[in-house]
Every structure is written in C-alpha cells, then in structure tokens.
Design a protein around this ligand. Sequence first.
Ligand code: ADP
Length: 397
Amino acid sequence: MKILVINAGSSSLKYRLFEMETESVLAKGVADRIGIGNSFLKHTGKKETVIEKDLPTHEEAIKVVLDVLTDPEYGVIKSADEIAAVGHRVVAGGEYFTESALVTDETREKIRDIIELAPLHMPACLMGIDACRKVMNNVPHVLVFDTSFHSTMPDVAKLYGIDYDDYKEFKIRRYGAHGISHQYVSEEAAKIVGKKDFNLIVCHLGNGASLSAVKNGKCIDTTMGFTPLEGLIMGTRSGDIDPSVVQYLTHKKGWDVSQAISYLNKNCGVKGISGVSSDFRDLTAAAKAGNMRAELAIDMFAYRVKKYIGAYAAAMDGVDMIAFTAGIGENTPEVRERVLDGMSYLGIKYDEKLNYDCPRGEVVRLSSPESKVLVYVIPTNEELVIARETLRLTKGK
Ligand code: ADP
C-alpha cells in the first residue's frame, strides 16, 4: 500500500511517497516558491530532477507533484490511483484534536476554527489539505497533528498561571509542538530499552527546538507553549522571556505588539545573540575562529537545554534516557557536549570521542556502560509517523 505524506507551508509543499509494506521511501521532494514567482519543484524518485514551472497555487503544485510521481523517466508509480491514502501534517490541533483524524467536512471545519491559535501556519496547512482533496478526491485523507502527542500533559503542566476562566473561555494554555518527532523518538527509545515504562527526555533540537518529558510513553510536559515561541532559545526565537519585554519594546522602538512578537520569533535566538547566523554550522565555525558572541550563543542555547533537563528530571522523579534528535541534536556535537558536561549529579557518563565521531543518520548510544542515564542520538523521522498514522486510520477503508 502506498501512502503520500504532505507537509504544506505558506509557499512550499513537501511530499514523500511511502511503500508501507517495507516502510520505504519511493520518492520525495518539494514544490517551492508557490505563489511568489520563480517557483520550482525538486524531486528525487527514480532519478533526481528540478522542474522550473509557474506554480501560482497549492493546487497547481500538487498536480505537478502527481505528474512527476507518474512520469516514466522520473516517477515511481504508473498512475496516481496507486496512492491509497494521503497524510497531512497539521501544526496545531487545539483542544479538539487529541489524536489523528480522517478528513471529513466536519473535521475540516474544526481546523478552520483552530486557525486563530496558529495564524502563521494554519492557513497554509488548510490550503494544502483543500488542494490535495480537490486533486485526489477519491482517496481518504488523514490529519496528523504536531500537538497530539502533548495532549496527555496534565493540568499542572499545561495550564498557565492565569485566570482559570480565561483558560476556559479563550483556550489559553500550553499546547506544545514537534509532537510528531517527539512521538517517533519515544517509540524508537522504547524499542531500544525493550519496554515503555521508563522516564525519557527527548531533546528535539532543530531550527525550532523543544524538549519533552515522557513518562511511561506519555508526554507529561514540553517546553513549547501556546505557540512555539516558549521554551528553549532557538535559531531565531527568543524562547522564554518576561512578557513585559514586549510592552517595553513597543515603547522603545515605536512598534505595535505584532511587530514585537515578530521580532521575538524571527530576529532573536542564537541569530540575535551571535549577530552571525541562526545556523549552527555557521555558529560553530565562527566560534572556532574566535567569535565570542557565537560562542556565547552556543553556550546559552545549551544552558537552556540543560536547565530544562534538570526540570524534567525533577518532574518525573528521575530520568532513564536522554535522546537527542533533529538537525542540531543529531549533527552538532558541540551542543551535546555543553549539555552533557557537568551532569554528574544525574550520574551521566558518556563517550566524549564518540560524541564527536558520531556517525550521521544512525541510532548511536553515547552513554558509557556505567552511566546511570542512557544517552542516545536517535534520528527523527516525522514523515514515517504521518504515514503510519495514515495507514492506521485508513486500513480497511
Ligand atoms: P527545522 O526542521 O526546524 O528547520 P532542522 O532540524 O533541519 O530544523 O535543523 C536545522 C539546524 O540543524 C541548523 O542550525 C543546522 O546548522 C543544523 N544542522 C543540520 N544539519 C547539520 C549538519 N550536517 N551539521 C551540523 N549542523 C547541522
């Protein structure tokens, strides 16, 4: 059975086609610059190709994706009818969607209600869903949410210290994000340990970054909140900050609130601190060359991760495994080193050389045999979770 996974952004549409018998990727690619000119489609299937084509809408983009997937030279299927179902990544599920759901007119309307919670991302998601349903109207579509995995958070973790009535009326609470990745890594970690009942901290460190505390397979806390702005210092996001700074910024810079929030999302984090880049490849190179602000940015990033590991070890009454994942978690030893050093109070011991020689794209155990806490690098695979969820919800339909 073949499943197409779609991840739609405001001007891009990423896709991956899976053969579910073997869980292998048959083809993948991205349609980019949709609706903003100079659009193109980059595809890897039987062969790689870049197609430069005007893509004014997501609907045009998905049509070109289907064309290339069925192309005799570059494609991997004879006809679009071979695709049994489509899985869509959805960034926010609000309080309504606590797990994946089939797309129906009713669930689609619910998504529309949730737009207010994630105005930056949700309209794009909805556009992607509508375009794919229109072009592929004879197969089931499934919604897989980045917030579902966090829906098991208890009230003590998910509520803010605000008036309870405002939580009830406006649904102002912590939802988290990256749940699909946290779920994947938790499931892989459980396979490694051979059981579900243990305390795990997942460090998803990418451009956007978040930690989750996973007790017995269930998320009990995560660092992102009402939006992805809360928690860790990220590529361009400030993470935790006193909200009074927003008011002060508007006063000092003559901004309105949206401008201040946009600044905290796009111009801060390690980019703002270093003045160099949001990309850890640039930051580690600059730090090596003696740039003190780049060094400070890496230190601050790692310090915040370390602080939350301590918090989650306390929240779970101990930690059995720490798992690093995503771009930085998988590929930046300088960050893992700064996080793991000075954690002797938790009984963490790890192989410092292996941390630097860690093979890419593989599950690697960094902790030494005598370590009280397992430390692993577990490469994430969000698309596979979406494909599995899509299979689960459409089997026999
Ligand atoms: P997102 O999906 O949130 O955009 P990623 O998970 O791709 O982010 O992570 C991007 C970050 O990972 C960047 O800071 C980048 O420097 C880092 N990264 C990705 N690949 C590598 C690599 N091969 N070596 C070092 N850092 C990498």
